[in-house]
Write a protein of this length. Structure first.
Length: 441
């Protein structure tokens, strides 16, 4: 145990030395090194938070052990409550914030040790550790550990939202009854909340409705808003939705025109709910290709560093990705085209069937951290569409991209490449890359 702590301390000292040496010298770093410095500092913060939680857990253990030795006295705080107060004053945080910290500390030191280790190693941050804690609370014996084991490997590269969705899916599979019961319990707390932001603006929120009810309401209002827009209302869709909802909650009735649109929209399939489509199966070849790309780009970066060409990294990475794309082009064309007379669809707009296929392949915008459902994204031509160019309308050149990340894609230094149908590579201005695979559970 002592040796392990010693080793951890030495690693931390080494990273601190790097970080300290960099203080005030960021001007001398290249872009890739700056991004690396950001990541290193984020990992250090996670390690420090792990230490904080370990210390809290130890304090709690001592207080609980002392309490167990004597008779319970109901006139005073329990040991647990007392620790919460101690932490609240020590950190000058609210009782709620302290209670959360103590709870997370206890969970990580008892039934979620692997999450504690991942935090201590800086592989995940505190926000992700909290997601794992929150969602695995109150599950039948052994389920929390199994769910934890299933999500931890990928948690490093997922946002908290992605992690939360994945964990929910896994818990739903491992303990369907418990998951359903939890949904029922949560729905019991459904409520309407109002709060002011202090700038003359008020927010109104319907919370903890059954998901299908929430989507049904949103879809109905959206369909009515789109109907008004189609009739020439030039306000933004969000504003029309808000005004419609406000009117309805104030007791107004829907105008006949809007009602007609609603009836029509409800008849259309696909308008009913936002539930993500089932994931398409992913062939092992795609995974192998993704790994090959990653390896090749790592090698390019390694060589660039050895050859002191780090400043050229964005250009070298871009060139390598294009090279990979060319290498697989013939195979990809064969796969797409099959026995068809030409590769791809002749028009700019993809036919409905192709659109559904692309949306099933990626349930959200293909930017690595984006959660915008693909139904609310544009189907972007990865290479710009022009007849007779490689920018064709085909499964190998289409992907859902939201407005914001469409702008990202167009920004200097950013590029998006589709190497294989559904397998995309983003390259960044600092010469980093992010591989996006077709969806899977
Ligand atoms: Zn194609
Ligand atoms: Zn996006």
């Amino acid at each position: 145990m002592g040796g392990e702590i010693m080793a951890v301390a030495m690693v931390m000292a080494a990273e601190n030395a790097v970080a300290l040496r960099c203080v005030g010298e960021f001007g001398e770093l290249d872009d890739a090194e700056l991004v690396a410095a950001v990541s290193a500092a984020h990992r250090q913060a996670a390690r420090a938070q792990a230490r904080e939680l370990e210390a809290i857990a130890e304090l709690r253990r001592r207080r609980i052990a002392a309490e167990a030795d004597g008779d319970p006295d109901y006139r005073v705080l329990t040991a647990h409550e007392s620790v919460v107060e101690e932490i609240a004053v020590a950190l000058a945080v609210t009782g709620n914030a302290a209670a959360t910290l103590v709870h997370v500390a206890e969970r990580l030191s008892t039934d979620l040790p692997a999450t504690g280790e991942a935090l201590a190693a800086g592989r995940i941050d505190l926000a992700k550790a909290r997601v794992i804690c929150d969602l695995s609370d109150d599950l039948p014996d052994g389920i929390a550990e199994r769910a934890e084991a299933a999500v931890l490997d990928k948690a490093a590269e997922q946002t908290t939202g992605q992690l939360r969705r994945r964990l929910k899916r896994i818990i739903g599979r491992l303990a369907p009854d418990a998951a359903r019961q939890r949904t029922r319990d949560t729905v019991q707390g459904r409520r309407l909340e109002v709060w002011e932001t202090g700038t003359g603006v008020g927010n109104l929120s319907l919370l903890d409705l059954p998901a299908e009810d929430a989507h049904a309401i949103f879809n109905k209002i959206s369909a009515a808003a789109r109907g008004l827009k189609g009739d020439g209302d030039d306000r933004p869709l969000d504003m029309i939705r808000a005004d419609l909802a406000k009117g309805l909650l104030n007791g107004a009735v829907l105008p006949d025109a809007v009602r007609a649109v609603l009836v029509q929209a409800q008849a259309e399939p696909g308008e009913q709910s936002d539930v993500a489509p089932a994931a398409a199966p992913v062939e092992t070849e795609v995974e192998t290709l993704a790994e090959t790309i990653d390896e090749r780009l790592h090698r390019v970066r390694h060589d660039a560093r050895l050859g002191r060409r780090v400043n050229e990294l964005p250009r070298l990475i871009g060139r390598a990705v294009r090279q990979i794309q060319d290498d697989v082009a013939a195979q990809r064309d064969g796969l797409c085209q099959g026995n068809e007379p030409q590769h791809g669809h002749p028009s700019y707009r993809p036919p409905a069937e192709l659109r559904r296929e692309i949306e099933a392949r990626h349930a959200t915008c293909v930017f690595p951290t984006c959660n915008q459902p693909s139904r609310r994204c544009d189907l972007d031509h990865t290479r710009a569409w022009r007849p007779g160019t490689p920018g064709i309308t085909c499964r190998c050149n289409l992907a859902p991209v939201c407005r914001r990340h469409h702008r990202t894609k167009q920004s200097p230094g950013w590029r998006l490449h589709q190497i294989w149908p559904g397998l995309l590579v983003w390259t960044t201005p600092s010469g980093a890359w992010h591989i996006v695979r077709p969806e899977r559970q």
